[in-house]
Design a protein around this ligand. Structure first.
Ligand code: ZN
Length: 110
């Protein structure tokens, strides 16, 4: 699935709505120092429409992405993987004895 970016028309409307200020912290936006953010990330089904677009300063966008978007997407992936029985691969924890021989011990058995 490719990322669906906002159209120029949506960006223009969002910029007009923001009126030169970050829509999260209300800081004055400097030329080129802001991003158009998906309120609901594209990966989670957020549409590239004005209602889902906000103009954020780079600091706010970075914080939102790291603190909200990435964990939400990761949790969604984990949950949907779990639903179709996709698990983390077995991890080798070390060695154990089996019939007198040293064999690698996995964290769990399948
Ligand atoms: Zn901000």
């Amino acid at each position: 699935m490719s990322r669906r970016d906002f159209s120029k028309a949506v960006k223009r409307a969002a910029a007009a709505r923001a009126d030169g200020h970050c829509e999260a912290c209300t800081a004055r936006l400097a030329y080129g120092q802001y991003h158009y953010d998906h309120v609901l990330p594209d990966w989670l089904g957020g549409e590239p429409e004005l209602e889902n677009c906000q103009v954020l300063c780079i600091t706010c966008h970075r914080l939102k992405t790291a603190d909200m978007d990435v964990p939400r997407i990761a949790k969604t992936k984990r949950t949907s993987d779990q639903a179709i029985s996709i698990r983390k691969p077995r991890q080798i924890r070390g060695w154990r004895k089996f019939n007198g021989e040293a064999v690698r011990a996995a964290s769990r058995r399948d």
